[in-house]
Design a protein around this ligand. Structure first.
Ligand code: HEC
Ligand code: HEC
Ligand code: HEC
Length: 451
């Protein structure tokens, strides 16, 4: 009898102990590597040199891009960052005492960058890419802070975050962080050159390239091989793999082409668009020749892999045949495009595209990108193609390419099936051998952007 009573009691006790243990572990993981907030922070004299270095590092981190609303005061915050869990609004980084960083010490700032914790102790949402910035050195963090403190203070409170209920609590965030975040400054690999290490530091740290170019799982945690390509779901853009020779891996590219692309937004054989255009515009165009060279060295040396997280590395045969079926064809090998569809595509290309991209898709160097042999055209993921034809686009205006040529939007000119036909044409002509694009692929993105 007594044993029967004790059993549930013992079970409950076990449950409580297990829960406490879990909480303790999650708590411990969340305060890992935190600075001693009582220790007097080294009062770095904010001389002009330090501020200037901080300004450069702020470019390298593209802080202004997220911390400025369109037409607003730089760094005053308030821009909404859309995530699959709702919108998070960026903080005011100007030194206003009430609403910005005016009352912060350099250690508070370091803890935000390195540990993702605000001055108040609140855990910060990883829409602030501290999962990358944690790699930044204390010296660079102090320089960034000195620069931000030198800005004119602006009194401005960001709008409250609009996260869905389940994601609002600090406890949920603490669990996420225990699984997906570990603080740690970049550690140099002594077997590599100083240049390689500098490139790795910039790419994985302030450059936060992984924020877009690494795939995320349903919980927003990084998944698969780092930099192997990621969808930016809220924007319907795909940041291609920087390690795959079929996407944007640069192992086989000329070093100068990589530098040109990051510096000017355009190179001999590629030009950036969409979210990558903003990266070049606000960040990489300002990097020194040495730093861009270092990044190129690091990027060219990334181990190549064709594995794509969203397709488990194999070409998705069923998706391809679905696309063919939707395009009005029987399932056939990718190159076999239904005749009528192919004829429509070729005609539309003649009418709307050839004047810039050329009859045989060769483009015009430094003006109109070639479409023949262009990996951006033949990638399995077609979102970017749809985006650019629907909405048009410009490479960013940079010192090296001050008046970029534009691509007109076709959103009001071509129907879903016409865009599908012309995209299929450019993906299967002039030696390009990629899958058919179906009208559904266009409709999905058009519908989302007019919502
Ligand atoms: C991709 C967008 C993005 C970029 C890039 C970005 N931030 Fe933020 N940052 C945010 C968001 C969003 C928040 C608010 C997070 C929250 O409220 O939990 C934030 C919060 C912060 C905070 C915490 C402020 C506070 O009041 O707690 C600091 C400090 C900060 N960012 C500094 C920087 C610096 C320095 C850079 C550049 C090196 C930078 N951020 C780049 C989006 C960004
Ligand atoms: C805000 C998201 C975002 C960030 C951050 C980002 N990228 Fe990109 N990147 C993209 C998208 C989207 C594309 C596809 C559009 C395009 O080709 O320009 C892209 C394309 C590229 C390409 C191929 C360009 C081409 O057309 O050949 C390279 C190379 C690249 N990114 C490198 C980087 C590096 C290096 C970093 C870090 C300094 C970085 N990206 C950071 C979103 C991002
Ligand atoms: C007026 C000239 C012009 C016309 C007409 C034009 N384009 Fe473009 N296209 C451009 C320019 C300039 C870019 C580079 C834009 C950028 O970097 O954001 C571009 C970019 C592209 C890209 C992206 C290439 C890459 O490397 O990322 C594709 C795909 C494309 N165009 C397809 C088309 C198709 C299909 C049509 C016809 C429906 C068309 N273009 C019509 C000028 C044009």
């Amino acid at each position: 009898m007594s044993a029967r009573v004790a059993k549930p009691a013992r079970f409950l006790l076990g449950l409580v102990v297990a829960l406490l243990l879990c909480t303790a572990i999650i708590w411990a993981l969340n305060v890992r590597d935190e600075p001693d907030m009582d220790a007097p922070g080294a009062v770095a004299s904010a001389d002009a040199g330090l501020i200037e270095r901080g300004a450069y590092l702020a470019r390298a981190g593209n802080c202004a891009a997220c911390h400025t609303v369109r037409g607003g005061v730089p760094y005053a915050g308030g821009r909404g960052i859309d995530t699959p869990f709702g919108a998070v609004y960026s903080s005011n980084l100007t030194p206003d005492v009430k609403t910005g960083l005016g009352s912060w010490s350099s250690t508070h700032f370091w803890r935000a960058m390195h540990n993702g914790r605000s001055k108040s102790g609140r855990l910060l949402y990883p829409a602030f890419p501290y999962t990358s910035y944690t790699q930044v050195s204390r010296a660079d963090s102090d320089a960034l802070f000195a620069f931000l403190k030198s800005l004119p203070p602006v009194e401005q409170v960001p709008p409250p975050n609009e996260l869905r209920l389940a994601y609002r609590s600090q406890a949920a965030l603490a669990v996420w962080r225990a699984v997906y975040f570990s603080p740690g400054v970049f550690k140099a690999d002594d077997s590599r050159s100083a240049e390689w290490n500098r490139g790795a530091y910039l790419t994985t740290g302030l450059g936060h390239c992984a924020a877009c170019h690494t795939a995320r799982n349903a919980l927003g945690g990084p998944t698969g091989v780092a930099l192997a390509g990621g969808l930016i779901p809220q924007q319907n853009w795909y940041a291609p793999s920087l390690v795959s020779p079929h996407e944007a891996g640069v192992e086989a590219s000329g070093r100068q082409d990589v530098i040109d692309l990051l510096k000017n937004g355009i190179s001999r054989n590629a030009s950036v668009s969409g979210p990558m255009s903003e990266v070049v515009l606000g960040s990489t165009q300002y990097l020194s020749a040495e730093d861009l060279g270092a990044m190129a060295t690091y990027l060219k040396d990334l181990p190549a892999t064709s594995a794509l997280p969203w397709s488990s590395g194999k070409p998705d045969a069923s998706a391809a045949s679905e696309r063919l079926a939707a395009a009005g064809a029987q399932a056939r090998p990718a190159a076999a495009v239904p005749e009528a569809f192919a004829a429509t595509g070729a005609k539309l290309y003649e009418q709307h595209c050839a004047q810039c991209h050329g009859d045989s898709g060769r483009g015009v160097p430094n003006a109109y990108p070639a479409l023949a042999g262009n990996r951006a055209v033949t990638m399995t993921q077609t979102s970017n193609l749809v985006q650019i034809v629907l909405n048009g686009g410009y490479a960013p205006a940079t010192a090296g390419n001050p008046r970029p040529f534009g691509m007109p939007p076709f959103v009001l000119v071509l129907s879903d099936s016409e865009i599908a036909a012309v995209l299929t044409h450019i993906r299967t002509s002039w030696g390009n051998q990629a899958d058919v694009v179906s009208p559904l692929d266009i409709n999905r993105i058009r519908a989302q952007q007019t919502r």
